[in-house]
Design a protein around this ligand. Structure first.
Ligand code: DGL
Length: 267
C-alpha cells in the first residue's frame, strides 16, 4: 500500500504538527509513530536519535509512506541530514520559528523554549546566525516538560510550576515573544498563555511545516500516486505502551484512536 505521509516524533508531541497536516491536506492518508519507549529525545545523544530516526523512517516507508515529516525539532537537528542522504523521498524537518519571531518582536528580545538537544545543536546555531540579526535571543532548556505532555498533564500544578520556572527568566530579560521550539509545547499553549499573560506572543512551526509539506507533495510526489482512494485516514503506532498511548493520543487528537504497537524489530 503506498501513498501515505509518515510522521514521527519521540512521543505524542508531533500530534500538534499532525493537526496542521490534517487541516492542510484533508484527503491524505497519515501514519503517525510515537517513539514513546525512547522519549525524551532531548537528553539523548545525536547518534542515538539518528539511529531511532532511521529505524522509524524504515518502518514508515515499509508501511507505505512516500513522504516523511520529522515532527520533532530535536530529531531534525540530529538526524535530518542523515535521513535525506539515505532515503530518496521528501523528508520534511522542522526547526524553532526564529525567523517569524524576529519579525514579530517589538521589544527586540525573543525567548526560545526547547529541548537541550535542540539548543545545543549546530543546526540551531546556524539558524540564529542566519535570522537573529539585531534581535537578542535568550534560550531556555525545559527538562521535564515533555514528560508532562506525555502523561496528558496539560494543566496540572506541576506543569504550571515548570512553565513558570522556565518562562520567568525570559520575561525578566524583556522577551515579548516566545518560540515554542518543541512540538510537545503547543499542547500547553492555554497554560503558558495563562502564566505569561496574553500580551506575550507565542510562535510555533506546525502550520508552516504543513504548508511546506503540501508544496513538496504537489511538486514531487502526487503525480506518482495511483489515485486509489484512501482506505484509512490515519493510523497510529507507538514503541511504548499501546493502551496508555491510546488514552493520551485520543485526548490530544480530539477523537478516539486505537494505537498499535510498533513491530518489535522497529521498537
Ligand atoms: N517533540 C520533540 C521536539 O520537537 C522532542 C521532545 C523530546 O523527546 O525531548 O523537540
Amino acid at each position: 500500500m503506498s501513498g501515505s505521509i509518515g510522521v514521527f516524533d519521540s512521543g505524542v508531541g508531533g500530534l500538534s504538527v499532525l493537526h496542521h497536516i490534517r487541516q492542510t491536506l484533508p484527503n491524505e492518508r497519515l501514519i503517525y509513530v510515537a517513539d514513546s519507549a525512547h522519549v525524551p529525545y532531548g537528553d539523548k545523544t545525536p547518534e542515538y536519535i539518528t539511529q531511532r530516526s532511521l529505524t522509524l523512517t524504515r518502518f514508515l516507508i515499509e508501511h507505505g509512506a512516500d513522504a516523511i515529516v520529522i515532527a520533532c525539532n530535536t530529531a531534525t537537528a540530529a538526524a535530518a541530514a542523515t535521513l535525506r542522504s539515505q532515503f530518496n523521498i521528501p523528508i520534511i524537518g522542522m526547526e524553532p520559528a526564529v525567523k517569524p519571531a524576529v519579525a514579530a518582536t517589538q521589544s527586540g528580545v525573543v525567548g526560545v523554549l526547547a529541548t537541550i538537544g535542540t539548543l545545543e545543536s549546530a543546526r540551531f546555531a546556524a539558524l540564529l546566525e542566519k535570522y537573529a540579526g539585531k534581535v537578542e535571543i535568550v534560550t531556555q532548556g525545559c527538562p521535564g516538560l515533555v514528560e508532562q505532555v506525555e502523561q496528558g498533564e496539560l494543566d496540572s500544578a506541576k506543569t504550571r510550576e515548570l512553565i513558570k520556572r522556565y518562562t520567568e527568566p525570559l520575561l525578566a530579560r524583556g522577551a515579548d515573544t516566545l518560540i515554542l521550539g518543541c512540538t510537545h509545547y503547543p499542547f500547553l499553549v492555554p497554560l503558558i498563555s495563562e502564566v505569561v499573560g496574553a500580551n506575550i506572543t507565542l510562535v510555533d512551526t506546525g502550520e508552516a511545516v504543513a504548508r511546506h509539506l503540501k508544496q513538496r507533495l504537489e511538486t514531487e510526489v502526487l503525480h506518482h500516486r495511483s489515485g486509489l482512494s484512501p482506505t484509512k485516514q490515519a493510523e497510529f503506532f507507538t514503541s511504548g505502551n499501546a493502551i496508555e498511548a491510546s488514552r493520551i493520543m485520543s485526548l490530544l487528537w480530539n477523537e478516539a484512536v486505537e494505537v498499535r504497537l510498533l513491530p518489535s524489530e522497529f521498537a
